[in-house]
Each structure stands twice: as C-alpha cells, then as structure tokens.
Design a protein around this ligand. Sequence first.
Ligand SMILES: *[C@@H]1O[C@H](CO)[C@@H](O)[C@H](O)[C@H]1NC(C)=O
Ligand SMILES: *[C@@H]1O[C@H](CO)[C@@H](O)[C@H](O)[C@H]1NC(C)=O
Ligand SMILES: *[C@@H]1O[C@H](CO)[C@@H](O)[C@H](O)[C@H]1NC(C)=O
Length: 594
Amino acid sequence: MKLWLAIQLLTLRLSGASLAGAEQARLGAPEAEIPVARSKPNIVFIITDDQDLHLRSLDYLPYVKKHLIDQGLFYKRHYCTTALCCPSRVSLWTGKQAHNTNVTDVNPPYGGYPKFVKQGFNEAYLPVWLQNAGYNTYYTGKLFNAHTVENYNAPHVRGWTGSDFLLDPFTYMYLNATYQRNKDAPVSYEGQHSVDVLAEKALGFLDEAAEEDRPFFLAIAPVAPHSNVEIKNAGPNLNDVFDAEFTAPIPLKRHEHLFKDVKVPRTDNFNPDSPSGANWVRRLPQQSQENVDYNDHFYRQRLRTLQGVDELVDGVFQKLEEHDLLDNTYIFYTTDNGYHIGQHRLQPGKECGFEEDINIPLIVRGPGVPAGEVADVVTTHIDLAPTILDLVGAPIRADFDGDAIPLSKKGLQEAAKFRHEHVTVEYWGFAAAEGDYFDGSRITINNTYKALRIISKTYNFYYSVWCNNEHELYDLRTDPQQLKNLLHADEKAPENVLGLPLTKVVARLDSLLFVLKSCKGQTCVRPWQALHPAGNVQNLHDALAARFDDFYETQQKKVRYDRCELGQILDAEGPQFERDGLVYRHNARWDNWV
Ligand SMILES: *[C@@H]1O[C@H](CO)[C@@H](O)[C@H](O)[C@H]1NC(C)=O
Ligand SMILES: *[C@@H]1O[C@H](CO)[C@@H](O)[C@H](O)[C@H]1NC(C)=O
Ligand SMILES: *[C@@H]1O[C@H](CO)[C@@H](O)[C@H](O)[C@H]1NC(C)=O
C-alpha cells in the first residue's frame, strides 16, 4: 500500500489564529519599546515557480507592480544559473553553483531532496546560517523536488522555525495539494486551490513572526505558474518525473475569465520560419496553428494562475503594514527559473540556456533600496545567499560562489565599476516538453551543456558548449532574440565581432568558460584572476588585448566533453581547471609555471 494513501486527512488547520496576539503587540508597543533585536531587518522572500520575465508575465501583476516594481529596484539582468527547479533552488539557498552542490537534477541519483540531504546541505544552507545569526525562519510552499510524503521525515528539513511544505507527488496538483507543517503528518487539501491555501499559511507565519522579539526571514514559495502535474504511476516510480502528465496550470475560479485575448508575445524568435539554436533545438519542427493556439491557451492559464500570487503579494504588504513592519523589512520577489513557450519552436518548458529560461524576475524593496528604479548590474541566484547574509550582518562564507548584490544607490554606483559581468550557466540531463504537444517522447536527453552570459556596455554574448561538442554564440547586441548562432556550420558568421576576428573573441570566451565550469568560491566571482593572477585583466575587454592572443589562442585548453551524461560525471567533461590547476595559468611574471 502506498504510504500517502494511508495518511489521515487531518482537518484543515488555519494558521491565522495568532492574529489577536499580533494585533495586541502592534497596538501595545510604542516605538521606544521596540526590542533591540528588531533593529535587524526582517526579510520576506517570495519565490514563484517557472515564472518568465521575457514573456512579460510581470505586466499582468498589478500588485507586484504597485508594491514592488514601483517601490523597489528591478534587476533587469538577473539570472538563474541552472534553468531547472531543484538545482536552481539548491544553488540559491546554498550560494553555490550546481557543479559545486552536485545537485543537478530534480530526482535522485543526481538531484532532489534526498541528494540535497546526502550532500550535507540540510546542515549548511541559508536558513541554518540565519538562525545562527539570531533569526527566526519560516518557509511555506515548495522547497525541493522529490521531497515527498514518504521521505519528508527522513530526515525532516532543517533550519526553519516554522515550516509548511508542499510535498510530492502532490506538489503540482493545484486542486489536490499536500502540505506538511513542522513535524506534523502531511495534510491533503483536496478541492482547495494550492495558492489560496499557501496564502493563508504565509500570512499566518507573518503573524507568528511579528509576535516574536527576534527578526525574521519568511520564504513564500507558491507553485504558480508551474504546469499542473499529475504523477501517473507513483510508488516505485515516484522518482520518475517522466511518468507524469504536465498540463496547463489551473487558476483560481475567480481568475478564470481573465485575459481572453492575450497571446504569447510574437517576438521574432516565436515559432520562427527557420530553425535556430544548436543540437536538438535546431531539429524541432515548426509548430502547427493548432499547437500555437493551444500554447496561447497555456500562456493565458499561467497569467491567470499568477493572479493568486499577485493577491498574495498584496496580502503580504497589508500584513506588514498592519504589524508596522514595512519600514524595517526587505521584500524579495523572484522565481526559480524562467520559461519558454514557442520561442525557437520549443514547446512550453525550461531547461535551455536561452534568455527566456535564464533571465528572470528579481525585484527588491526595502530600507535604502532605490524606489521605482531599474538596475543593470549582472546578478545571479548564486549571489542571493551572500546578499541576505550581508543584509543581516552575518559573515559571508568563504566558499560562496557568488557576490552580494548591491541594494543601495551607492552600492550600485560602485558595482558599475567593479562588479562581475558574467553568469555561469550549466545544465545536465534532460529537457521536457510540457503541455499537450510533443513528438514521441516529451523528454529529450543529452540536454547537457556549459555556457556563459557576459554583458557590458560594449558587448553582450551567450556562449555555450554542448555535450556533443556543438558550440553556440549569440551576439545579443545585434541579435537579442538569439536567432543566429554564429558558430553553427549553416550560418554565415561575421568576420569581425567587436572589431576583432571572431576566433579571437571566441578564444577568450572559451577560456573564461573553462575556468567557470569548475570554479570554486572567489574564482567564480573573479575568473579572470585565475587566468591572469597579476590582476592586470579584470574583464573581457582587458583580455581582448592583442598581447594575449597567443595565450588564449594556442596555450589554453578548450572546453569539450568526452560524452553526454545525465549528471555531473567528471570524466565525461573534458579537461578540468581545478584538477589540472596552475598548468593553464599564465602571466609574464610566472612564465616558468606555464
Ligand atoms: C488527492 O490526494 C489524496 C492524498 O493526499 C489522495 O488520496 C486522493 O486520491 C487525491 N484525489 C485526487 C482526485 O487525485
Ligand atoms: C546521447 O549521447 C550519448 C553519449 O554521448 C550518445 O551515445 C547517444 O547516441 C546520444 N543520444 C541521443 C538520443 O542523442
Ligand atoms: C555527482 O553525483 C553523482 C551521483 O551520485 C556521482 O556519480 C558523481 O560522481 C558526482 N560528481 C561529482 C563531481 O562529485
């Protein structure tokens, strides 16, 4: 018998019971009496699931606009580093690239909650460090994949003062979610909508947190606008996400009627006449009108489902005001990874390196954060754990692969001069087509690649190497839709890029990727330092100097794979910078090391 079938359907316990106490605290506490601990800021961290930036989902969220975009800072160049839920979330909460967490998939053996535990992160991730810094921590919603009704207590997730997690196999069932509170048994919410259930829980935790003397961190992780997923064959195949039906997300009844005429934005890369990209993407057939119509419906369902999140955001701000906490609280709004629908002929899904999948919403509002502004610094999910530790005054860990995100005007000005300009993008395993249309299998394997984004005032590239050793290069200044892969045999590549032969630019990008694909700690933040230890090269612009031509074009190892694997099997991934260390370094002073 399957265990979760035996779970008692406990009566729904509403978590708003503490309202009276919090109300009292609010009325009875004049400012002078606010405990010292309260001077540390609170943090509310809202993380949606699969929310796009490029398909313009933010345009349809009036409360997100009112409370966050208009009153906070929008980071238009924010990136996830692995475009898949579980690896991306583990990277976010640990401050490490997926190649350093080795949680690279949604399910074991390469990913999921069991892998997170096995890698030792249940004792070493953000909420644990926040508790050590004197914070109360709360979480509600989806934490990781493969966190199930069977394994939720073996062991329990650590680090949270209060928690109420969505559990597989019901995580993505909008109308039959299972939540699991603190150490209690899982509870099924059959017939209720997952996002409304979550809102109740989130606001309840906010009431609870407001009553305490300690500052708090509250994470709210609704499943919207992820596909509705029904795991068809649970039990022995519980870890087999492929045996599942992915359909359009299900909105709340009160939002079903919205956006009747809205369609996926018809950008140039939407279902294009000519194929684009590399590898399997380049072999996709153009979508039929019927398929496009369905995908437009899928898109509308996402926007409708997000309305529940939008209302939740309004609810959070009302509560913060009610408890008089708004002035001392930072609110983050982001998602785990982006999403594509029809771009490059792709069916609904993520897992690719295109902008739609990796460039995602990040908005921050709080004390000292410029209101209603847009930041163009390059930031990633790996930077969030350092940002939050910085904010609460806790020490930044030496093994972080990211760098705190500037939140103030002054910080942004300094960042404009010194901040890293790259994003390390990586992926292992499969890509899944969601929705009703796909050829044969919904799964494409060998979707394994290493990539980088690099952006400055004068350049803007995406460079990737796939596990079959195909290469991709897009010049996003001239090709923002990524339709022209300059390294594909069928494309006529320009002879010059940035006024230099293409090969010279590619040589630098490849060496940078070579360092980034296995970087650790500060090397991930300052990769040029690894190539030029004297510190005379800080960015791509510096590296392009002619005196380094020979160094990059003939002396460096190239990024390549020996074969495709579904996880991080190092001997399939060609030469390694870390393993072979200094051999690849070069600098005039240290010539004898080369
Ligand atoms: C809803 O989930 C419960 C377990 O949490 C399960 O027993 C029940 O069969 C599910 N109902 C439907 C309609 O899927
Ligand atoms: C995937 O890659 C492996 C190893 O590199 C190769 O043998 C296999 O043919 C590839 N499969 C597909 C479907 O491309
Ligand atoms: C990552 O995990 C997989 C699965 O356990 C393992 O086979 C692989 O060797 C690990 N890779 C690294 C670099 O630790």
